[in-house]
Write a protein that binds this ligand. Structure first.
Ligand code: PHE
Length: 347
């Protein structure tokens, strides 16, 4: 057969090529395009072609080679496409590439900043469970058996044993439960902060939510005084909100601290002049604090004659509101990316 006819025949074969799988495709590639393949061997015969046919056959051979390559590529592509549609692991709901880089949640940003400030002051981190028992949330924190916080209206119950409150399992309503957990296992000096989520049975509005975040602080050692507490809190407020920030302590009551106080800072939004955020007082409350009640130390196995301590608990949402002027608490848990993308920070 003449070279010209051979080329025609191979061209026709190539047009009809089919492959069911990778192996068949590879066999075809070897058969036609490898060094010993049909196309190359036809090209080798080009040397013997008479001069007057060189031009015509040269073009035909080149066309054959390109057609063969195209066909193999085309078969490979359609095989890959069909593989995708049968791949059981393929997740069609996955975000398309390029996956955009997220930002940290504002609550995490502020929590990290708070942790950063207190660890520089020598505090270490402690942790406790969110699903807690009555013992750590209430009993060891000196709550009376009939304290209203123990009521279902205020606290979420996982298990409720009306006749034996010691058996109650609840969602912790404050991070003070971690105070009890730490003191049970460690003798002074204790200097910890415990960031975490807490739950309260509240109707969700712009100003209240059924879960939020706190950072608890606990310092127990010999000769710890209220002045130590005040100075640490002042340092914290100035690190967080700037050197000009002022603090004031108002007497308050918590079952687990004596004396107890609530701390306000000069309003970060209006600089203390008065605005809607601080209800024109110039001050905003950010935390509760006090000297650890000696009864709590004893309940947790610490000698209250030898040691004293202070504790504080601050709300991360409150601080975030002030820092970023977020007025509606619900925004923090709605996962609206337009809101979340507004918070960009180095940490
Ligand atoms: N646990 C208190 C609250 O949730 C805050 C607090 C912590 C007060 C530690 C005093 C000492 O409101």
């Amino acid at each position: 057969m003449q070279l010209k006819e051979q080329i025609q025949e191979v061209l026709a074969q190539i047009n009809d090529l089919k492959a069911q799988n990778e192996k068949e495709l590879e066999d075809l590639r070897i058969k036609y395009l490898s060094k010993k393949g049909i196309v190359v061997s036809l090209m080798n015969e080009f040397r013997n072609v008479s001069a007057d046919q060189k031009r015509e056959l040269g073009i035909a051979l080149n066309k054959l080679k390109t057609e063969a390559q195209n066909k193999i590529n085309q078969l490979r592509e359609s095989m890959q496409n069909s593989n995708i549609s049968v791949d059981a692991d393929l997740d069609l709901t996955r975000t398309a590439y390029p996956i955009p880089l997220g930002t940290r949640h504002p609550i995490s940003l502020v929590r990290n900043e708070i942790i950063d400030i207190f660890t520089r002051l020598g505090f270490s981190l402690a942790d406790g469970p969110e699903v807690e028992d009555d013992l750590h949330v209430f009993t060891k924190m000196n709550f009376a058996a009939d304290h209203p916080a123990r009521d279902m209206q205020d606290t979420f119950f996982i298990e409720n044993s009306p006749n034996d409150i010691a058996k109650n399992v609840i969602l912790r309503s404050h991070t003070s439960s971690v105070q009890a957990r730490v003191m049970e296992h460690q003798q002074p000096p204790i200097r910890v902060i415990c960031p975490g989520r807490v739950y309260r049975n509240e109707t969700i509005t712009a100003r209240a939510h059924c879960f939020f975040h706190q950072v608890e602080g606990l310092y127990v050692d010999k000769n710890v005084s209220f002045a130590d507490l005040k100075q640490v809190l002042l340092l914290f407020a100035q690190e967080m909100f700037g050197k000009d920030t002022k603090i004031r302590l108002r007497p308050s009551y918590f079952p687990f601290t004596e004396p107890s106080a609530e701390m306000d800072i000069s309003c970060h939004i209006c600089g203390g002049k008065g605005c809607s955020f601080c209800k024109n007082t110039g001050w905003v409350e950010i935390l509760g604090c006090g000297m650890v009640d000696p009864g709590v130390l004893e309940l947790c196995g610490i000698d209250s004659k030898k040691y004293s301590g202070y504790a504080f608990g601050l709300g991360i949402e409150r601080i975030t509101n002030l820092k970023y002027m977020v007025k509606d608490l619900r925004l923090f848990s709605e996962n609206d990316e337009r809101f979340l993308d507004e918070f960009v920070s180095a940490n």
